[in-house]
Design a protein around this ligand. Structure first.
Ligand SMILES: NC(=O)c1ccc[n+]([C@@H]2O[C@H](COP(=O)([O-])OP(=O)(O)OC[C@H]3O[C@@H](n4cnc5c(N)ncnc54)[C@H](OP(=O)(O)O)[C@@H]3O)[C@@H](O)[C@H]2O)c1
Length: 308
């Protein structure tokens, strides 16, 4: 397995395979992708009820393609998310409970290892979330809980009511979209956009409170704007540095992009979205690659961020 992290009974690879883009793949290709990821040391698989166009479609595709023996099942971590609906967001008890049952049926599994609240529902009544989590936990349907795209204040509000630890916050993060890291580096500067606080301190909060950050879209330029690797129009300098380091470490460029995230001492995880096994294997090499401080900051500056 690649470098791991752990929460109680979970041993988790630092690299996660996200299944958001598998809708139109052949069943055999999904099976090969998952088997290849396992061979590459990845034991963590990320889903959501909304992935795939129609509800639970990607979970269904995964469930059709992949099955685990009881002992294999103990060694993998299956995560899904709840809370997004067509045109509104919903953290009501009823919606959480119904959705998890649907996800388990689609995945053909008895339990989820981790359930995340997908994006903050401002109409949340945290007592309802707490009730749903208690029922899911007591029924053995969900073992661990977390959030995605939540601010520290939103996490604290949930924590005031929820009985289980919130162990994960999954957020958008790549070298080219790193405001949660870049802001702290430029704290207290006048006239610098980078110094504007946009997330009320997710990075420091997560480290202080033992929440693991999971980086989604680790290769995307923006919000699904295409990958920055090889994109010389927008990121020529960054690609020069990535290519130089890739040659130096004798790894593919994907590994350098992954390593930039896993090198951070917050011990974040990287959620890959590729449907190509070769890219999964290339990316997984980054988890064990300890970039030096100087190399890490060089990549950061080449992506356009400043050290004021
Ligand atoms: N919590 C949230 O709000 C949230 C939001 C979005 C996503 N997610 C999770 O995060 C996962 C990853 O998101 P993402 O798919 O946007 O991430 P990504 O890994 O940054 O992007 C993957 C996409 O880039 C393409 N790609 C092209 N060249 C590539 C290269 N050299 N290396 C890697 N990919 C390349 C892939 O195509 P190929 O398939 O052809 O390789 C694929 O379409 C999703 O599967 C999902 O599980 C979570």
């Amino acid at each position: 397995m690649t470098d791991t992290t752990s929460h109680d009974d979970l041993t988790e690879s630092r690299i996660i395979l996200g299944l958001m883009r598998i809708t139109d793949m052949e069943t055999a290709d999904i099976r090969d992708l998952v088997a290849g990821a396992l061979d590459a040391g990845i034991n963590y698989f990320d889903h959501a009820d909304v992935y795939g166009g129609t509800r639970h479609r990607c979970e269904e595709r995964f469930g059709e393609a992949v099955s685990f023996t009881p002992s294999e099942r103990e060694d993998v971590v299956i995560q899904s998310k709840v809370g997004l609906r067509e045109g509104f967001w919903d953290f009501s008890r009823e919606h959480i409970l119904t959705t998890v049952d649907e996800s388990l049926a689609a995945l053909q599994l008895e339990h989820l290892d981790v359930l995340l609240l997908h994006r903050p529902d401002t109409l949340v009544e945290p007592e309802e979330v707490a009730a749903a989590f208690d029922e899911l936990h007591a029924a053995g349907k969900v073992r661990h809980f977390g959030v995605s795209n939540h601010t520290p204040g939103q996490v604290d509000l949930l924590k005031k009511h929820v009985n289980q630890p919130l162990i994960i916050n999954q957020v958008q993060l790549s070298i080219t979209h790193a405001p949660m890291i870049a802001q702290g580096i430029a704290a207290n500067m006048a006239g610098l956009d980078q110094s504007v606080v946009r997330d009320t301190g997710i990075l420091d909060y997560s480290r202080l409170h033992g929440m693991t950050l999971q980086a989604w879209s680790p290769f995307q330029r923006g919000f699904f704007n295409g990958v920055f690797l090889g994109d010389r129009e927008h990121h020529a300098e960054l690609n020069d540095v990535i290519d130089e380091l890739a040659r130096q470490y004798d790894v593919p460029a994907e590994a350098i992009a992954t390593a930039w995230i896993t090198r951070h001492p917050a011990r974040m995880q990287v959620v890959l979205g590729t449907t190509k096994l070769a890219r999964v294997q290339a990316s997984a090499l980054g988890a064990d690659l300890p970039l030096t401080r100087e190399e890490w900051y060089r990549l950061f500056r080449a992506a356009g961020y400043e050290l004021p």
